[in-house]
Structures are given as C-alpha cells and as structure tokens.
Design a protein around this ligand. Structure first.
Ligand code: HEC
Ligand code: HEC
Length: 369
C-alpha cells in the first residue's frame, strides 16, 4: 500500500493532474501516455468534461487500504474478536453486544438517532459505523480513545451501554465459558493467563481492523474512467467546488481531523460540546471528529446527535454551517449521487455471526437491574 501511494505521489509530480491513476497496472500507464499525447495534439477545449475535471481534483483522496491490520495480528485473534463482537454475555443482562448498536449487516450502525443500552436507556450520541473505523485518526465523536483496541474497552463498562460493573466481572464471565478459555489460548499462545480484559480488546480490535469496504469510488481512483456515472462525477466536482474537501478528504473522505461544527454559523444544537466535554478547554467547544463519508448513504440518521434523517438535508446543512454556501436542491442531489459511490462492499463471510461457546457451570446469570 505504501509502495503504491508512493508511486502515485511520484506520478502526480511527474504528470501533474493528468495521471491520477494507479500505477501498478501496465494498461494504466499506457493510457496515461496516450492521454498526454492527445492533450498535446488537440487544442484545449473551452470546458473540461466532468471526468477530466474530476481526475484533476481527485488528488486529495486515496483508494481505501485493504485493512488496517497490526503487525503480528493473527487469524485466531480475529476469530476470537468476531465471537466477542457478537457476545451478549459481556453485557450485564446478557442482552446487548457490540452488534446491537453497530450491526454488521446494516453497514455497522443501528439507523436510530441514538442507541438503546442496558435497561433500554437511550445514549446521547449517534452510533457511528465500525466499518473503516480502524482507519480513523482516533475513536469516538470526540476522539477520546486513540484506537479501536482502546475504544473496545469503553462500551462494556458504560452504564448506558453494556453496563458491566468492572473489567474483573467481564474476565470472570469469559473464564467461566470453556470455549472462550480455549479461544483465548489459541489467540495468545505465549501467555500463561490469556483470558483478560486487555486481550479481549486486542482481539476485538484485530477483528475490526479488517472491516474495510472498498467501493466504486476506489475503482475510479485506481484509474477506471467508467467507474462513475456522469452525475456522480458532477457531484464529486461540486463537492470540491463547494469546499467540502477541506475537511472530508483522504482514503476515508473524513475521519482524519477534528473540526468545529458550525464553523461559519453557530450549529443549531449546542447541547453536546464535543471534544470540550472531555478536555474542558474553551478552544475545543463544538469540536467533533469529521466523520468518514464512506457508506454514508447507508449510515443515517446523521450528525453526532442523529438529528437529520435525509442525506440531502445533511449536505445542505454542511454547506450552510461549515462553508457559508447555499447548496441548491439539484446540487445536493448530485453530491448525494457521488456520496453513493462511496458505498462499499461488505465481506459477508468475514462478518457472519459465528457459533458462540456454551455457558459453563459457573457462568453468572443475566442481571436485569
Ligand atoms: C448501546 C449502544 C452501543 C454498544 C453496545 C456499543 N457501541 Fe460502539 N458506539 C456507540 C456510540 C453511541 C458511539 C459514539 C459515542 C461517542 O462518540 O461518544 C460508539 C462508538 C464506537 C466506535 C467509534 C467509531 C468512530 O467513528 O469513532 C467504535 C469503533 C465502536 N463504537 C465499537 C464498538 C464495539 C467494539 C463495541 C462492543 C465492545 C461497541 N461499540 C458497543 C454505541 C454502542
Ligand atoms: C469545516 C469542516 C467541514 C466542512 C467544510 C464540511 N464538513 Fe461535513 N462534517 C464535518 C464535521 C465536523 C461533521 C460532524 C458534524 C456533527 O456530527 O455534528 C460533518 C458531518 C458531515 C456529514 C454527516 C456524516 C455522518 O455520518 O453523520 C455529511 C453527510 C457531511 N459532513 C457532508 C459534507 C458536505 C457534502 C460538505 C460540503 C458541502 C461538508 N460536509 C463540508 C466537517 C466539515
């Protein structure tokens, strides 16, 4: 991957805007040269085609990596992580798993404004998707966990989510289930007492690090001129022209910076102040992680409070509050068309619910209180 992006970088320097194509295929190289010659021979047309314009502007983006696997991460860890992801017995009443709020067959979200946790209590923030999350600069809307491993330790002990009293209790549950003792041993073969909270988080993280969803957009970035429709190309060009790219860029089309929500006009909902809630620094007021826009047409409702249901409305609000730009209905439609090209493929076999091991004699009973 690094090799490829380096090659892409060099190509950019050499050919400027014309050569925004992946360089690992001979055919693409030939095409680049052809395109160059064609450009020299024919006089420059007045208006560029949507495709030409899009090729010129795509430099702020990159194709999705295959995964974000850590060095040394094993299949045994990923398999254990998959089981734990679906494991409701790590919740107080044995009724909630990671998959309750981040459903892997619904693009990693629950499609509700905010999620229901233990005792049906509603949380205060919208559940972001777990797909491609491992590639973010940090986890949570306010970035308070540095990576997916650290993140995984949070919800299990969160009183309005899985509501376990402490990590000891989680370890007790896992140790009481013989199938888990075995799976932890396989995943961490060099350790004497592998069933612990830390290893649980490493396994869940290992599983999540493969949740990449390559899309049509990646085919375009890799050089396929036919990957996007005319409307999708126009939508992308508008996304650039309006200035959305300032915050939503890179391989994830976001997920890489924290930004003030309401950058040019105060955001309507000021209840949740984002990073400020953690840091208490004035400069962090209303700062939120810019979400990745991968799969965004499937992950509504939108924003940290899940307050907006329709994607075209979310797009228009972004124009108004982040950029001071009016986005017309037609423009929003085109931008939404392009956003649709970011909807990727889920590896159904990888995310399929595995068989979970049976209770042992000492496995604690569910606690509805
Ligand atoms: C009751 C619902 C609920 C459960 C259960 C839950 N989550 Fe979440 N998850 C959320 C919400 C809400 C957020 C955003 C919270 C915030 O930003 O403060 C979140 C954030 C995340 C993120 C960060 C994504 C991003 O874009 O920053 C990841 C990754 C994640 N959860 C994975 C998990 C895993 C793994 C589990 C199981 C161990 C889990 N979640 C259990 C609701 C839930
Ligand atoms: C100044 C930075 C910035 C600019 C410019 C910007 N955004 Fe955003 N975008 C954000 C942040 C931060 C959020 C999270 C807002 C929140 O949750 O309250 C966001 C959220 C979104 C969402 C909702 C995603 C989700 O999962 O909830 C969409 C869609 C979106 N932006 C599209 C756009 C479009 C289209 C443009 C251009 C018209 C744009 N953005 C311009 C920073 C920006």
């Amino acid at each position: 991957m690094t090799h490829k992006s380096k090659a892409l970088g060099i190509a950019l320097v050499l050919f400027g805007s014309v050569a925004l194509v992946a360089c690992d295929k001979k055919t693409d190289e030939t095409k680049t040269t052809k395109e160059e010659i064609k450009q020299e021979e024919t006089p420059k047309p007045e208006a560029k085609s949507p495709l030409e314009e899009a090729r010129e502007k795509a430099g702020a983006f990159a194709a999705l990596p295959k995964n974000w696997a850590k060095e040394g991460q094993t299949k045994e860890q990923e398999d254990l992580g998959r089981m734990l992801y679906y494991e409701t017995r790590m919740s107080k009443n044995h009724d909630i798993s990671c998959n309750s709020c981040h459903m892997l067959d619904s693009y990693g979200v629950d499609n509700t404004p905010t999620s229901t946790g233990h005792k049906k209590v509603l949380g205060s923030r919208n559940s972001p998707t777990v797909y491609n999350a491992a590639g973010h600069v940090a986890q949570f809307w306010d970035g308070r966990a540095k990576d997916v491993e650290e993140q995984a330790k949070g919800p299990i002990l969160n009183p309005v989510e899985m509501a376990m009293p402490d990590s000891d209790q989680v370890e007790k549950v896992l140790t009481s289930i013989p199938g888990y003792v075995e799976a932890f041993k396989k995943a961490f073969p060099d350790q004497e007492n592998p069933v612990n909270y830390e290893n649980m988080s490493i396994a869940i993280g290992a599983f999540e690090r493969n949740l990449a969803t390559p899309a049509k957009w990646d085919k375009f970035l890799e050089g396929d001129d036919k990957a996007l429709s005319e409307d999708e190309l126009k939508g992308f060009n508008l996304f650039i022209a309006k200035g959305c790219v300032a915050c939503h860029n890179g391989a994830l089309v976001g997920g890489s910076t924290f930004q003030k929500v309401g950058a040019v006009k105060p955001w309507p909902n000021q209840v949740d102040q984002g990073v400020f809630e953690v840091s208490k620094k004035d400069t962090d007021k209303m700062m939120f992680k810019t979400p990745s826009l991968r799969n965004v047409e499937k992950t509504g409702p939108y924003f940290h409070d899940g307050s907006v249901k329709e994607l075209d409305k979310a797009v228009k609000m972004m124009g108004e509050y982040q950029l001071g730009q009016t986005i017309s209905d037609d423009e929003a439609k085109l931008i939404v068309a392009w956003l649709g090209s970011l909807t990727g493929e889920v590896d159904k076999d990888y995310v399929k619910k595995p068989e979970l091991p049976e209770n042992g004699p000492d496995t604690p009973a569910p606690d509805p209180n």
